[in-house]
Design a protein. Structure first.
Length: 703
């Protein structure tokens, strides 16, 4: 049989040289003759797509595209189609031959950006026009993921379902803006007009496109040519940069903007793996113009001032200074600046910070973004109308050129000096408490009884309780009376618990005002005066003295000895990355945890920033029983976590340690002797209406 097959094959080969060869053989020979030359052609448009030779030439020259282009070729290898994810990997060449120069289409979608639902939607030999971004990925010439097929064998039908594609129109100018259909085929800065129809939940565009008002703040919107569009392929994701644009258009804060018609100006480029708009700088809807109108820019004022307390920068000058900084680099000093509040974004008495925009004339033109600043001379934000549009403010703090395109203050490192002339302007480099006289000293018991929120008092006592060494959170105890110290700062306003070498059991002197948080008395950002260690040595701060003791030490509050470490940042338990709204148990080695969110919140692992988030009041992390006695549980939080979340360790319904405030840094929960036995089940519980975030948990074994 093998011999017969071989002979038959020879006969077939012989036939190809005869003049009366059937038509299919002539076609094969003709195709081979037509594609012997590898000529680069095309301009990347829908009417003149690149061929594979042109794409190869572009990438050979070290160039890539930042926006999508059209590429035409013949599928030369059997496609790998994944219907579970709806995308495919396949190769195209100019002649359909896999031995010719090929180009990879990496995880692209089907016609019109729709997901693949069948294994044979594209097959070997199909001629396709693909719309995507070309790149050289570690030596492999390919499209970035998320490309779409414009046509298959000349047909563009089959990719749309409910809504027909809008005809392309517009020139990209203010008077003739692109519609979305046109903008999807364009690049560069331009005007685009459409309807805000949704947002993107997560990082995946196709699966994350949501056509509703979101349940939490977002940084983008979806724009479409009709208000009833519900297909991602017919939308553009629009980036909302921090500032007036986001304040005006973000759907969670502005649900009335849902399905509203707007005109936007920005850079048409790849965003979420598809054609979108980034660096959006102007929006027009109704009779409102938001941001900087490129056709009618308002000239910035002349920079004035030198950034000192006696001669603050004006807004033009602080914008100029901050814009000159390298991207994401904080200024090396605090600067004074003044302006008129043009709008307020968030005035939070709960978080004690304010986010506002200021300008030299109070308009929305040439604004400077003041992000989460503190109150007057680093005090509290006492009311939601403490600062409002039209107020003339002087401020002081560090600034940053965020992402290289947004000049703003560094979060919580700027504060209000005065509002409409009311406030205290401290001398540069001095104590900004406004007084050189020491506060009156009273006992902790008197301090609690007086509950005087207006007067600064001096207190002394012993450092006790669960301690957050990063911010200096601890209990100050004196003769059986205790006040919670929420943050310890030196005369410059910097957290100083660690730098002063303070430890549990040390005697300490502080100054501060009485306040309550959720009914619990405390002093926020108590001013460090002096301390002495339990062993007798100590230090005193007169506005810049140095502490003593081992840096970072916290005595018997910082556990020692053998421990079991759970790397939550590394997600050793395999916690889900999508939001979970019901209790779920996870295991790692011989250990287990059960995460239970509150009824109105969720938990999940943030794979981008590598932390676990759990919320809110009543949410718990329950540990499985340990086969060893436990002396302490140490929970390390993310640096950007809530500074107000309250947490404690429970056994059953009993709180067994000292409640902590704030999830940043490390919180230590010492376990009383009567609860240390092996087999005890411990639960970390959130006791305030906030989310907690953690990156590491240590379980210390009792000696």
């Amino acid at each position: 049989m093998k011999k017969l097959f071989y002979l038959a094959s020879l006969c077939c080969l012989a036939l190809t040289s005869c003049e009366d060869v059937p038509a299919p053989y002539e076609m094969f020979v003709q195709k081979s003759e037509e594609t012997t030359e590898d000529v680069a052609s095309g301009s990347g448009t829908v009417s003149d797509p690149y061929n594979v030779a042109m794409v190869t030439q572009i990438l050979d020259n070290g160039e890539e595209t930042t926006s999508s282009v059209y590429i035409k070729g013949i599928i030369c290898k059997v496609p790998s189609i994944d219907t579970s994810y709806g995308n495919a990997i396949y190769y195209i060449s100019d002649d359909g031959n896999s031995s010719s120069t090929t180009f990879e289409i990496y995880r692209g979608y089907s016609l019109g950006g729709k997901k693949f639902t069948k294994d044979d939607e594209i097959v070997l030999g199909d001629t396709v026009v693909v719309y995507g971004v070309i790149t050289n990925y570690n030596g492999t010439y390919e499209t970035t993921s998320g490309s779409s097929i414009y046509s298959i064998n000349g047909s563009t039908s089959g990719g749309s379902s409910d809504t027909p594609s809008a005809p392309t129109e517009g020139a990209g100018s203010r008077n003739e803006p692109y519609n979305v259909a046109s903008a999807q085929k364009a690049s560069g800065t331009a005007w685009v007009e459409g309807y805000i129809v949704g947002y993107v939940d997560g990082n995946a565009y196709e699966s994350g496109a949501k056509f509703a008002v979101p349940g939490e703040a977002q940084t983008e919107v979806l724009l479409a040519d009709a208000a009833d569009v519900t297909e991602a392929s017919k939308c553009m994701p629009i980036q909302l940069p921090v500032g007036a644009i986001r304040t005006a258009l973000e759907l969670y804060a502005n649900p009335s903007m849902y399905k509203q018609k707007v005109q936007l100006y920005g850079s048409i480029e790849t965003y979420f793996g598809t054609t979108g708009m980034k660096s959006t700088s102007c929006a027009i809807y109704g009779d409102k113009v938001i941001g900087t109108d490129p056709d009618n820019p308002t000239p910035a004022g002349d920079p004035q001032g030198d950034g000192t307390a006696s001669n603050p920068y004006n807004v033009a000058a602080i914008l100029q200074y901050t814009s000159s900084l390298a991207a994401d680099t904080n200024s090396d000093k605090e600067l004074y600046f003044k302006g008129i509040v043009s709008s307020t974004t968030d005035i939070s008495t709960t978080n004690n910070n304010a986010t506002v925009y200021i300008s030299d004339d109070g308009s929305s033109a040439n604004e400077f973004y003041v992000f989460r600043c503190l109150g007057v001379n680093k005090g509290d934000i006492t009311s939601s109308d403490m600062i409002k549009a039209g107020d003339v403010v002087v401020m002081c703090g560090k600034v940053v050129n965020y992402k290289g395109n947004t000049p703003e203050t560094v979060q919580k490192e700027a504060y209000i000096v005065s509002i409409n002339g009311s406030g205290t302007t401290p001398d540069e480099g001095g104590d900004d408490s406004g007084s050189t006289e020491p506060a009156s000293e009273i006992t902790v018991a008197q301090f609690l009884a007086n509950a005087d929120t207006n007067t600064t008092y001096r207190l002394r006592g012993v450092v006790t309780g669960s301690i957050n060494t990063t911010y200096g959170n601890f209990d100050l105890e004196q003769n059986g009376s205790t006040i919670y110290i929420y943050g310890l700062v030196d005369a410059s306003g910097s957290n100083c618990y660690t730098s002063k070498g303070i430890q549990s059991g040390d005697s300490i002197v502080v100054e501060g005002k009485y306040m309550e948080y959720n009914g619990k008395p405390e002093i926020k950002n108590a001013l460090y005066i002096s301390h002495s260690s339990a062993g007798g040595s100590g230090s005193e701060d007169q506005g810049g003295g140095s502490g003593s003791g081992d840096e970072g030490g916290s005595g018997d509050v910082t556990p020692t000895g053998e421990s079991v470490t759970f790397d939550m940042a590394g997600n050793v338990f395999g916690i889900d990355t999508d939001k979970q709204t019901a209790a779920k148990t996870y295991t790692y080695s011989n250990y287990s945890i059960t995460l239970t969110p509150s009824s109105d919140a969720s938990f999940y692992y943030n794979s981008k920033d590598q932390y676990v988030i759990l919320g809110k009041q009543g949410a718990t992390l329950e540990f499985g029983a340990f086969d060893f006695a436990v002396s302490a549980i140490e929970v390390t939080g993310r640096s950007a976590a809530s500074g107000n979340v309250l947490q404690n360790i429970y056994v059953g319904d009993t709180a067994i340690s000292t409640e902590t405030k704030g999830a940043q840094g490390t919180n230590v929960y010492n376990i009383p002797a009567e609860y240390q036995a092996a087999g005890t089940r411990y639960t970390l519980k959130v006791t305030s209406n906030h989310n907690t975030q953690f990156t590491e948990i240590k379980i210390y074994k009792a000696k």
